[in-house]
Ligand binder design. Structure first.
Ligand code: SF4
Length: 412
């Protein structure tokens, strides 16, 4: 594609490609608005629009803030900032076929070859002037150990203020006090840095909408046990926007209302049903062929979109955010994580469970054998497949096909 060739050439020649990236996303944003993909249910057509919109704002706005997936973005939304998360940008850049050039750029600055490519592509974009500098950075220690390294590197290299929240692995009175103190200090520093004042009443409204959205997420989980919605791996991945960084917005709430309606009106589940763990290889050819708009295989979603399903304290928004971060079942040891996955499996009743081990992701590779033995005790076929969800050149189509087909043969 000419657009990708031009963007790659600007990156390779150290020229500023920001304007081209911004225009490309703006065109994409308008395209999906005026020419929605008619194969998609109404909710996914809407999701397509809001994802482009949020991404565009995260890239083009003067109020953008770079975050990780689990950052307390409610606070940023209440301040009026436009958060955007690492995985979202990397996936978009991979969709534009520029990831390889960006990863090479990151590696040329000393980033390890074995580092997660979601992070490497993002780092490459940030140091190649492909992204405009945000106001500041916010990351938590939750789940992904690449965050601290990535955000610290960006803060030092681009001279950006960085707020890091150390989330204890257990929920306790002391842990809440410790986290609350960090959040209060971050809020004060943001107020001082930007001159904006946090409106706690507005933040409480965001938390209220977040609770309403989460109720719908739980309803959608139950419906997916019996209904089959026309989906693609990309749209399951897009759901990370409304289930995480933008949960609490009107758009996220509207999407889940539409999604629940679409599920209710969908056909009954039929054929093989697969539940995904951790992430989705949205650009890998075999996965696209087998799962996107499939009549034979039902995609039941991905565990990360159902990671935290509880109601949080609407009266005290800061306490609510601490509660959410500390009670997240993916924060802490494997036992806690598996208990949660087991509950999801019991609701969804998949015919098979597939874990995607992302290249360079220590936590997914590290728990893969434990997951296998635990899922198999439930009598459900399980496999993990190594895929690079960002850098397409690292994937061997033949090898992945063999593993995927062997797994699907085992699934009744
Ligand atoms: S794939 Fe793993 S290392 Fe990469 S961003 Fe996700 S959790 Fe972090």
């Amino acid at each position: 594609m000419l657009y990708s060739r031009l963007l790659n050439s600007l990156i390779r020649n150290n020229k500023n490609g920001y304007w081209l990236l911004k225009s490309g996303i703006l065109i994409g944003k308008n395209y999906v608005k005026y020419f929605p993909d008619k194969r998609l249910p109404r909710s996914f057509q809407y999701l397509h629009k809001i994802v482009f919109d949020w991404t565009y704002k995260g890239i083009a706005s003067k109020s953008s803030v770079w975050v990780n997936l689990f950052a307390p973005s409610e606070i940023l939304l209440a301040f009026g900032f436009n958060p955007i998360f690492v995985e979202a940008i990397s996936a978009f850049l991979s969709g534009l076929d520029v990831e390889d050039e960006l990863i090479l750029r990151a590696e040329s600055q000393g980033i390890s070859e074995s580092f997660c490519t979601f992070h490497k592509a993002f780092l490459g974009a940030a140091i190649s002037n492909l992204l405009k500098k945000p106001k500041f950075l916010v990351a938590t220690s939750s789940i992904c150990d690449a965050n601290l390294n990535t955000f610290r590197f960006l803060s030092e290299t681009l001279k950006l203020p960085f707020f890091f929240l150390d989330v204890p692995s257990e929920d306790s009175k002391e842990a809440r006090q410790y986290l609350k103190a960090q959040l209060s200090s971050m809020i004060k520093s943001i107020e001082k840095l930007t001159g904006r004042k946090l409106n706690l009443d507005y933040l409480a409204k965001i938390i209220k909408k977040e609770n309403a959205t989460r109720k719908l997420i739980k309803e959608s989980l139950k419906l997916r046990a019996t209904k089959n919605i026309k989906t693609t791996l990309t749209f399951e991945m897009f759901m990370l926007y409304p289930s995480h960084v933008f949960c609490g917005t009107d758009q996220a709430l509207r999407f889940y209302q539409m999604f629940v309606d679409d599920l209710k009106n969908s056909e009954e589940r039929d054929g093989k049903s697969i539940f995904f763990i951790h992430t989705l290889p949205i650009f890998e050819e075999n996965f696209k062929e087998y799962f996107n708009f499939s009549n034979k295989i039902n995609v039941l979603g991905m565990d990360l979109n159902f990671d935290f399903l509880e109601e949080i304290n609407e009266q005290d928004p800061i306490e609510a955010i601490c509660e959410k971060l500390l009670k997240n079942p993916y924060n802490g040891d494997f036992k806690r994580r598996f208990e949660h996955i087991k509950t999801l499996i019991e609701v969804l009743k998949p015919d098979g469970v597939l874990q995607i081990c992302q290249m360079g992701c220590k936590q997914s590779i590290g728990c893969s054998m434990l997951l296998k033995s635990n899922v198999e005790t439930l009598g459900i076929p399980f496999t993990s497949i190594d895929v690079d969800c960002v850098n397409k050149k690292n994937n061997s189509k033949g090898q992945i096909r063999t593993r995927l087909e062997a797994f699907l043969e085992r699934v009744k």
